[in-house]
Design a protein around this ligand. Structure first.
Ligand code: FUB
Ligand code: ZN
Length: 603
């Protein structure tokens, strides 16, 4: 059953786990990202006045538009609720740059406007349509927040040009974008303007992908940007993870608007492969930095996990869209897994530094090895977060995700309000109002009040073995349906548990992860003398307590096993009973460089 989205504009977060993070995003991250983008030339590039001889490190890159547009989009979601005069002034300056430099036929890209408009739309891997898409998303968000339509009108001109070049003239050197994203953005543009041309353009890009003679597969690999065949037949999560998630989000939006069940079935197949065979327990995706891509089923190495922050954010975007197309708690479980783990770990607790890659294990020795094979250098992930990256897609993605998290909580069916995520908040839309009060994920107690609907349907997460409720309910598609005339009081009865991987995940054989509700845990040397030689007793109780930035810490029991000095010995290691303290994975690497372990060896 399809339900209607309730956007973050109609939702206000109340004090709690996510409100704290939204405040950090607003008070710290927004400026931190802007300032780094200013220093690195990204902001200034919108004036399109870089010339040979100017500072090389300020020279525009062909996807800088996307970085800044994502920042504008994120700020716009905040502007839906409150004023940020300085940021709004900066956005107006950026729009001035777009307006002044947009060509008479409606083209804008900070790289091509400077380095050669004659080269526009000639290289499929130059991200022009990806950048355009991020501008469309930002322009719609800014318009929806402020009512100011200058940016939106400029982007309509750009979209009209793209339609003319790609659909009517067919004059571009390629047919579909090397980096998808524009597909989902065109649906947003269609929804915002009501212009069906943008829906048609999205449909054109989706139907043509893997289905035309002109597109040359990127890096000679048809899987890389999903050129394997018609999207309608898509069955596997292949290639570059972020590209795939954005693409399938666009496909899902298109299916939603057109009711195209065959297209949606492709989303089901791809999501199933992605999340049942190719996803880290943290919701991370893309097992290797080579191509930032999926590898093969069950190949999920811990230390070299790429698990890009953008990949988990975009996986959440896809799963949320799918949950609007059909009610199925599994989709929202995926959203929740990404949000509380691989996405949150992408930003420091203070909000000013970022992980691009999110490993599941850090061992100091890997970073201290002096010998590197000349031809094969292992890729180990930075142990601390960075302020900015040369390819800085993740930080502004954090800004917009944090600012729009309210949009993942509710949706509206015919007579039913759906609660997808347990986030303390209030919503008001079309005569319907609701309020969620909770300290989740500290515990599973949740109160829901709703008015203006007959029923309220709350997701029963996969880890809830026993749902306690003050009122009778019926379960359907993973949701508990209650009459909405009374306040619903729930307890998901959260508990800490060991979670075992499929034994085909080679790294995790003989190990287990620890979870509490949606939270994955990790052990760090900041809390433990060593994390290396601990072997957990999975039959012992896990103690839950304390508070780590709004979530509990846990302690597991087991033993340490320490050998003597010999490299080899017939003496078994000495075993000593011990405990291991673990914190939520999202908080790792906030206390300096140290070792970290997510999958714990078992006794
Ligand atoms: O290529 C643009 C963005 O940078 C992608 O979405 C990320 O994966 C990173 O490659
Ligand atoms: Zn990224």
């Amino acid at each position: 059953m399809k339900t209607n989205a309730i956007s973050c504009k109609d939702v206000t977060l109340k004090d709690g786990f996510w409100k704290t993070r939204q405040d950090i995003n607003k008070n710290v991250t927004v400026d931190a990202v802007y300032n780094r983008f200013y220093e690195t030339g990204r902001i200034g590039s919108f004036a399109c006045n870089w010339r040979t001889g100017d500072a090389e490190d300020q020279k525009p890159h062909y996807f800088w538009d996307s970085d800044v547009a994502k920042w504008i989009e994120g700020v716009s979601y905040i502007l839906m609720h409150e004023k940020l005069p300085e940021a709004e002034k900066n956005i107006e300056w950026l729009i001035d740059g777009i307006e002044k430099n947009m060509t008479s036929d409606g083209y804008y890209n900070v790289y091509f406007n400077i380095f050669g408009l004659s080269k526009r739309f000639t290289d499929r891997n130059c991200h022009e349509l990806y950048c355009a898409g991020h501008h469309f998303e930002a322009a719609c968000a800014y318009y929806n927040a402020t009512g100011k339509d200058r940016y939106l009108r400029l982007m309509e001109r750009f979209a009209d040009l793209i339609y003319k070049v790609f659909v009517e003239e067919k004059s571009a050197y390629f047919v579909t974008p090397g980096h998808p994203e524009i597909e989902l953005a065109l649906i947003t543009l269609y929804r915002t303007t009501g212009n069906k041309k943008y829906l048609d353009l999205c449909s054109f890009f989706v139907e043509q992908r893997g289905n035309n003679e002109k597109d040359i597969p990127l890096f000679n690999d048809p899987k890389y940007a999903y050129d394997v065949g018609p999207m309608r037949k898509a069955a596997y999560a292949e290639g570059h993870s972020v590209r795939m998630n954005y693409l399938m989000s666009g496909v899902c939006d298109l299916a939603y608007e057109t009711g195209d069940e065959e297209l949606f079935e492709a989303c089901r197949r791809v999501l199933k492969n992605a999340t049942h065979k190719r996803m880290y327990i943290t919701g991370g995706q893309g097992s290797t930095y080579i191509g930032e891509r999926y590898t093969s089923d069950y190949h999920l190495p811990n230390k070299t996990a790429y698990a890009e922050t953008c990949a988990s954010i975009s996986l959440g975007m896809l799963a949320h869209r799918m949950s609007l197309y059909e009610t199925n708690s599994e989709y929202d479980d995926i959203v929740e897994r990404t949000l509380y783990n691989n996405t949150l770990s992408g930003v420091s607790l203070e909000g000013d530094s970022f992980f691009y890659e999110n490993p599941l294990e850090i061992r100091n020795e890997d970073y201290e090895t002096e010998y590197y094979d000349f031809f094969w250098q292992p890729h180990y992930i930075p142990r601390t977060r960075r302020k900015v990256f040369s390819c800085s897609c993740c930080p502004p993605n954090i800004v917009r995700l944090m600012a729009s998290v309210g949009g993942y909580i509710y949706s509206l069916g015919e007579d039913t309000l759906f609660i997808h995520q347990y986030i303390a908040s209030e919503c008001k839309k079309d005569g319907v109002s609701a309020e969620i009060s909770t300290s989740f994920p500290q515990n599973g107690k949740i109160t829901v009040k709703a008015a203006g609907v007959a029923k309220v349907a709350v997701r029963v997460p996969y880890y809830c073995k026993e749902l306690t409720a003050n009122l009778p309910y019926e379960i359907k598609d993973g949701y508990a349906y209650f009459d909405a005339d009374k306040t619903v009081e729930l307890d998901l009865n959260l508990y800490a548990r060991f979670v075992y991987s499929n034994t085909r995940v080679y790294d995790n054989v003989g190990r287990a992860a620890v979870m509490y509700g949606p939270l994955v845990y990790c052990a760090e040397t900041a809390d433990n003398a060593t994390v290396e030689n601990f072997f957990a007793d999975a039959s012992a109780d896990i103690s839950v307590g304390g508070d780590f930035h709004g979530a509990p810490t846990v302690e597991i029991s087991g033993e340490t096993q320490i050998s003597g000095e010999e490299l080899y010995s017939e003496e078994p290691p000495v075993r000593t009973p011990a405990t291991l303290k673990m914190i939520p994975y999202f908080g790792f690497a906030n206390r300096g460089e140290g070792e970290m372990l997510t999958y714990i060896p078992l006794k």
